[in-house]
Design a protein around this ligand. Structure first.
Ligand code: SF4
Length: 314
């Protein structure tokens, strides 16, 4: 079997930064329990790694004692969570990806200017909850073409008609580029004056998706390494499937089933933006131990983005 190892894959700059900040925090506060609000990134290996170092992952600040150290994940949190942390006198370590912060800022700017926002994203995802929390009454979340079409006949949370409003559209950073474009086209058709800024979906999502789209054409199966709750990993699977090949999302080596590869000649391997490279390498080593394989790494685009650490962590 021939393996096409996709490059770029795995950790993006935002995940790298969040993981580095938590590593430094574990060292700096070695005498304290560090609490992390939600998963630092959506990957079970990363979460388990920090859990074994004593980091406690919580889903509510009620589970965090006053005056503790709390880490906010790469997905960001709503202003309400920041306020709650202040009330509890928590020491906040904010690892929100700068590209997610940029969307929060865009929400604030538009709302200040009187816009209502259509936000394309998966309701309930940590990033969506955090962003929508900036202005819940001024944001409508949609996730499909049908929901975009329906807006014409619906009213906002403040009971206003969308047609009568100044609208702008923002979106979750890890969506499928092609599916989102279809939703955007419908919004433009229905609301010709809607403002849609460029650079909504992040560079890492775009690069990983485009690479899979290109290389899936040369493959007959895709193995995507990433956790089931990782939005960008799931999108990579979908994109491979859209190119007509079988696609499997695996958290790690234990989930590999040798039967999957029967009759397969070219296997594409990639990893979502929160999947560590050592998991990719262990999967490769496992495949090499089971089958006769040749591995070819293909660089579809160079990726050199680095987000600096916040000043107090340098
Ligand atoms: S996927 Fe994009 S938005 Fe999300 S953490 Fe990575 S760089 Fe930031």
């Amino acid at each position: 079997m021939h393996i096409l190892l996709v490059n770029p894959r795995g950790f993006c700059a935002g995940v790298n930064r969040a993981v580095q900040i938590l590593e430094l925090a574990v060292a700096r506060y070695s005498d304290k329990t560090i609490f992390a609000y939600h998963e630092i990134v959506h990957n079970s290996y990363v979460v388990n790694h920090f859990a074994t170092q004593g980091v406690r992952f919580v889903f509510s600040l009620n589970d965090v004692p006053n005056h503790s150290v709390i880490m906010f994940s790469a997905h960001g949190v709503s202003p309400q969570i920041f306020d709650e942390a202040v009330k509890k006198s928590l020491k906040v370590i904010d690892a929100t990806c700068p590209l997610v912060s940029r969307v929060h800022q865009a929400v604030k700017n538009y709302v200040e200017k009187g816009y209502h926002l259509i936000y394309i994203g998966h309701a309930g995802h940590d990033e969506v909850v955090g962003t929508v929390g900036e202005a819940p009454q001024k944001i409508t979340v949609i996730s499909s073409e049908q929901e975009a079409r329906n807006l014409k006949y619906q009213r906002t949370p403040n009971n206003l008609s969308y047609k009568d409003l100044q609208l702008a559209c923002l979106m979750q950073t890890t969506l499928s580029i092609t599916q989102t474009q279809q939703i955007v086209n419908i919004l433009r058709e229905q609301f010709p004056n809607i403002e849609i800024p460029e650079r909504n979906i992040c560079y890492a999502t775009k690069n990983r998706q485009e690479a899979v789209q290109i290389l899936a054409k040369k493959s007959d199966m895709a193995l995507v390494i990433g956790s089931a709750n990782s939005s960008n990993s799931r999108r990579l699977c979908e994109i491979a499937e859209q190119q007509g090949i079988v696609s499997r999302l695996i958290d790690g080596v234990d989930e590999i089933d040798p039967h999957w590869f029967s009759g397969k000649e070219t296997l594409l391997i990639t990893a979502g933006a929160s999947a560590p490279e050592y998991v990719v390498q262990s999967c490769l080593a496992h495949l090499c131990s089971m089958f006769e394989v040749s591995v070819e790494e293909i660089v579809v685009c160079e990726e050199n983005v680095v987000f600096p650490l916040p000043n107090d962590w340098i």
